[in-house]
Structure formats: C-alpha cells, structure tokens
Design a protein around this ligand. Structure first.
Ligand code: C2E
Ligand code: CA
Ligand code: CA
Length: 648
C-alpha cells in the first residue's frame, strides 16, 4: 500500500497509480538504484538487517528523475524468519540532493583550480604556520606539501609580516629550498576560517620577468658585443658629468679613441676576428679607468672615455687627461692575440676638455671627434687635443663648402685653358683648369677647393659642369680651321669616375653638345688604380672605344702597379711637374722622368711633361725623348679669349 503523498512526490494521484504492487515501485525506480534496493530487501529478507535507508532516484510523472530518501524497517517476520511486512517512508530530497551536487561540483572545481593554477597558493594560520601549500608552491619553492605543513612561513618569506594584508601585489624576496633567493610578487589577504584568523597568499615567481626587464635595460643602454655602455648611456653620463663639473668646479674630459685600420682587419681576417679584437680592446680600456669614469663604445671601432673630477686648474687637468690618453695608447698598442695569430695595432686619440660652462655634451663630443680626426690626419697612432685653431680650420672649410654649393648654383666658376705643345712648340691642345672666383676671397686655387668638393660630393656636379663647358668649347673650335685639331684635356676626379652613371653622363654630354669625342682627352690620376680596377678598366674602355683619349696625370707620384698600368686603356702618361721642377739639379728626378719616357715608349704610349718653365728643362726633356709639353714656358692657364688670341 502506498498513500496519496507517496504518489504526489512523483507527480501522480494515488488513483493514477492504482493498482499498486511491487512492479509499480520497481518500474518507477532508477535501474542503477533498483539493484541496490533489491539487495537491501534481500538482506532484510534473510534477516541480515532489519532496517534500510537509501537515497534513490525515481521517475517523476514529467519524465525526470527525482531524488527520494527511502527508508523502512521490517515490522513482522514469518516463522522461518522471512520479512513479512515492511513499513517504509519516502521523503522528497530532490532539492537537497541537487544543492549538494552543486556544492560538490564547486568544491571539485576549486580543488582543480587550486591544484592547477600557475600561481602558488599558501594558507597560513594565525601562528604563521602553513596549512595549505598547492602544487605550484611546491614547484616554486622546491619543498613538498608534506614538508611544509605546519612550518613557519618565514622560512619561505622572511618579510611575511611586513607585507600588508590587503591583497595588493607586492614585491618581496623569497627563498627556495636550495637556498637561492628570488624575487616574488605576492598578495596576501586576511580571512577567517572556523572563526580563526588565517592568511591566504597568492604568489608568483617573477625571476624571469626581472631578468627580462634587466635584459631590456641592457639592450637599450649597453653594447651587445663589448658589454660597455652604448652611445645613449654615454650621452646621459656625459651630460651628468658636465653638470657635476660645473657644480664642483672641476674639469672633465672626453677621450675619443678610434682604432687604426680596423676596417682592414675586419675585411681581411673576417668579422669574427674583428669582434674578438673589439672585445679585447674593450677589456683593456675598462681596466684603465677609475670606477667613476665611463668607458663606452660608440659603435664600430670608436670608443669614448669620460674622465671626471679632473683638476680645477686647466693646465693640470690637461696633463691628467693626456696621461690617461698616453696610457690608453700604450695599452692598445700592445699586441693582440686573435685566434692564435698575434696582431699589432694602434689607435688615434682625440681629447676635448670642458672649459667653458656653456659647452653642451654634443659639442664636446664633436670636439673630441675632430681632435681624433686630426690625429688620424697626422698619420694615425697619435694623440691630439682639440684646439680653437682646429675648430677655426673646420669652420673655414665648412664655410668654403657652403660657398662652393652656392657658386655651383650661380655658375661662379670659370675655366682657364693652358696650352699643350709638341716638340716644335706648336699648340696641339690645351688642358681645361677650373677657376673659382670667390665673391669675397677672390680667386681660389683648385688645390684648395677640389679636395673639399671631393669630400662633400660636390665634385660630381662641378665635374659635369666642367665637361659641358669643355665640350661647348670643342664645338666652337671645330668651326675654326686654326683650332679644329686641338685636343682639350679635362681633369676627372676618381670620385666622379666611380659614380655609376659617369660613363653615361660623359657620352650624353658629348651627344647633347655635339662635341667630337676624338678631340676630348680625360686626365685621371694614378689613384684610380687603388680603386676597383676592373670597374675603372671597364668604364675607360667604353669611352676609349668612342674615340676619347685617356691620359694618366701626375704620373710617378702615386702608386702604380705595372700590371694594372698595362691593363688600363691609356693613350698617354703625364710626367708630374714635381719631377720636371728639379730635373736639372736632382739626378733622381731626371732618372724618373727618363724612366717614364722609356716606359711610355715601350708601352706604345704618348708622353707629356707638365710644369715646364724653362728652356733648359725643355731641352733635357727633349733629349730624353719626351714628345709633348705643358707649362708656363708655353703659356699660363688663361681665359678662353686670351687663349684663342694666340691663334690670330
Ligand atoms: P693638375 O691636373 O696637375 O694641373 C696642373 C696644375 O699645374 C695646374 O694648377 C696648373 O695651373 C699648374 N701649372 C701648369 N703649368 C705650370 C708650370 O709651368 N709651373 C707650375 N708651377 N705650375 C704649373 P691648377 O690650375 O691650380 O690646378 C691644380 C689642380 O687642381 C690640378 O692639377 C687638378 O688636379 C685640379 N683641377 C683643376 N681643374 C680641375 C677640374 O676641372 N676637375 C678636377 N677634378 N680637378 C681639377
Ligand atoms: Ca691635369
Ligand atoms: Ca698634373
């Protein structure tokens, strides 16, 4: 028998379930639970138990399973001990079971999080004894959970009590089992458990982050190869040193060091060896300076020393800086062992000292750089102080360069023509020589401004202008039978020649002006041979094929290899005027001039002597077999009108 409530728990009326028997009950019970129940009944039946109780699932009318607590006891037994009547109750425990299941689920999740979270979690009781220690904590500290339970947290975190208990992240130092101290980020919250105060700590090993931060700092401020401060950090330090020297009324200096011929080593021995050398230089420099000084690498083979706290008296400060520089030079000039080979090196050093309050870090650095450059110019392996005169020279040069630039725009140049003659003194041609009429300084010698034009690259447009004028001149001459056969020589700088478009430009100029290439001669110096010789040969050959002739200027003063000489498409050697000048007094010069003439004959080249000023010079050159001549004896360089006068 069941009552109305029994049916109601499952959503039925009693009538709906009628008639009831064991099957009614069995059909409604979850198959999994049914087995358990049948076993219980069986045990009851056997007399093993008198009472049963179990949560079971039964089918609700709506179709879902609901939890029910069934319990009951045997009220009467038959004579042979079998259960005869059982009195039982059903209690609806569905809501409770669901709540419990949720709780269990939540707890499982919590457990999962606790065990798998990347951060360490440690729970500490009021006495600072560890009560919980999750697997991440084990990983971080190297202790096992078991080892740590009931241990004082201060073993791990000595500053535990100084950390506020407000959950905010803090840095602290922590200890690993192996004794290593490491940076930790930790947040501690105070809480209650069973009415006792506890502390929950969330902690994170930030060693890697700290390392990364340090690495970033290093990358930003230090040179990767040498480990020395880089340009950026050097600038900071320089600025500070300047301020300090003003405050303390002391002097400070910059020593600018550039290793001599580093590029050659790098190119010939390879970059690895170059790096090795730079490292050794860095180490040597580091050992030379005091703690308070800075050694920095600017890049390449350039190093900077910042010397602080030099004497307040300028002359003493200067000698202090100089002695450091001498020390640097001596150190860096000692041999280097690079991959088993011993290498000797030297360096060029510039020193600039801050003597005026107003000088900026950038200016001081520039001054030291300039002084170093002067040391290089002085033949390397030298020390130079920056001086006002040095600056003055630079300023003049810079102004000149500026003026050159504007002259180029205003076409403030002029070409002078100097005759070239044959053995009979007959004009066979001329050399075009550039003149610059400076608005204030008057005539400026090409000796002065050509090097500046070369260094600044201005020689390219200037050279183009000269060639154009020369071609225009040739076209004019072509119309006059007296001038039509003259060959006009134009000087070509190696800088021009090395431009990719040079050959094309020359040919274009010839074409656009209509000048005859067979009347044009280009004078190149021996320095072209120190260049990419294949490139030079290729370019000159193209021009030769168009009929242009090539003369090798200033011959004998530079470096010529006979092999190269043979492979260049030359027409003429030009004996440098330095040999002609003393040809009557200096036997060597005579010998050289003679050798050049013979060489030209042997190579089937024309030969011309320049700078011929006297009849005696001419006579001896003729005796030796020279074929053509140029010099004041025949005519100075003159404006075109004056030059052409000679033919009328
Ligand atoms: P260079 O090519 O060796 O030119 C010869 C120089 O010797 C010229 O000096 C000329 O005036 C001078 N000279 C000629 N005959 C005599 C003489 O009998 N005695 C003495 N003492 N000197 C004589 P200039 O005109 O001052 O030119 C100097 C240098 O400037 C030239 O040397 C050449 O290297 C360069 N240069 C001149 N014009 C140009 C140009 O248009 N382009 C390039 N790239 N360089 C040029
Ligand atoms: Ca020349
Ligand atoms: Ca010359």
């Amino acid at each position: 028998e069941i009552n109305e409530n029994w049916a109601k728990i499952l959503g039925y009326t009693l009538r709906e379930l009628m008639p009831v028997d064991m099957d009614t009950w069995q059909n409604l019970t979850h198959p999994d639970d049914l087995k358990k129940c049948l076993k219980m009944f069986e045990d009851c039946d056997k007399g093993l138990i008198n009472y049963y109780e179990s949560p079971i699932r039964m089918k609700h009318k709506k179709g879902e399973w609901v939890w029910i607590r069934t319990r009951g006891s045997i009220t009467t037994r038959t004579e042979d001990g079998k259960a005869e009547f059982t009195l039982g109750t059903h209690l609806d425990i569905n809501a409770q079971m669901i709540a419990e299941a949720n709780l269990k689920e939540q707890y499982d999740y919590m457990q999962m999080i606790f065990e798998n979270m990347i951060d360490g979690v440690v729970i500490v009781d009021f006495n600072r004894k560890i009560q919980l220690f999750n697997p991440s904590s084990e990983l971080i500290f190297g202790y096992s959970h078991k080892e740590m339970i009931n241990q004082n947290i201060k073993i791990l975190l000595p500053d535990f009590d100084e950390i506020p208990h407000d959950g905010r992240l803090q840095y602290t130092e922590a200890n690993r089992k192996n004794g290593e101290a490491f940076p930790m980020e930790i947040g501690i919250v105070e809480s209650k458990y069973n009415r006792e105060t506890i502390f929950v700590g969330m902690l994170r090993d930030v060693t890697e982050r700290k390392n990364a931060e340090e690495a970033i700092h290093k990358l930003a401020y230090f040179d990767g190869l040498s480990g020395l401060p880089n340009r950026r950090l050097m600038s900071d330090r320089l600025q500070q040193a300047l301020l300090k020297s003003v405050r303390h009324e002391t002097h400070m200096a910059i020593i600018f060091i550039d290793f001599d011929n580093f590029k050659q080593i790098n190119d010939s021995l390879g970059h690895d060896v170059g790096d090795l050398l730079l490292k050794q230089i860095s180490i040597r420099l580091s050992t030379l300076v005091r703690e308070s000084d800075t050694v920095a690498r600017l890049g390449g083979d350039e190093f900077i020393l910042i010397l602080e706290d030099l004497d307040s008296q300028l002359d003493i400060a200067l000698s202090q800086a100089e002695s450091v520089a001498e020390g640097v030079k001596a150190q860096l000039n000692k041999p280097y062992e690079l991959n088993g080979t011993v290498y000797a090196g030297s360096c060029s050093i510039g020193i600039a000292i801050a003597d005026e309050q107003s000088i900026t870090a950038a200016e001081l650095l520039k001054q030291a750089d300039l002084a170093m450059y002067q040391a290089k110019l002085a033949g390397k392996n030298a020390i130079k102080f920056f001086s006002v005169e040095m600056q003055e020279k630079v300023n003049i040069r810079m102004r000149l360069e500026q003026d050159l630039r504007t002259t180029l725009f205003n076409e403030g140049f002029e070409i002078f023509y100097q005759p070239q003659v044959d053995r009979n003194g007959k004009y066979i041609g001329a050399e075009a020589l550039l003149r610059w009429k400076h608005p204030e300084k008057g005539m400026i010698s090409p000796m002065q401004f050509i090097p500046i034009a070369e260094e600044s690259g201005l020689i390219v447009p200037i050279g183009q202008w000269v060639l154009k004028q020369a071609c225009v001149c040739l076209v004019r001459w072509a119309e006059n039978p007296l001038l039509a056969d003259l060959i006009l020589a134009v000087n070509i700088s190696v800088i021009e020649l090395s431009q990719d478009e040079w050959v094309e430009n020359v040919l274009n100029t010839l074409q656009s002006t209509g000048a005859n290439p067979f009347r044009l001669k280009l004078e190149v110096t021996e320095s072209v041979m120190a260049f990419d010789i294949e490139m030079v040969i290729a370019k000159l050959t193209v021009l030769r094929e168009k009929g242009i002739s090539i003369s090798l200027d200033d011959f004998g003063t530079g470096y010529s290899s006979l092999t190269y000489l043979k492979s260049l498409p030359l027409n003429q050697l030009k004996i440098d005027q330095s040999f002609v000048r003393d040809i009557l007094v200096d036997q060597n010069d005579l010998a050289i001039a003679e050798t050049i003439i013979n060489l030209a004959n042997m190579m089937d080249l024309d030969v011309i002597a320049e700078g011929v000023e006297t009849e005696e010079q001419l006579k001896i050159l003729k005796e030796k077999g020279c074929k053509s001549f140029q010099g004041y004896l025949f005519g100075r360089p003159e404006p075109i009108e004056a030059f052409e006068q000679a033919f009328i």
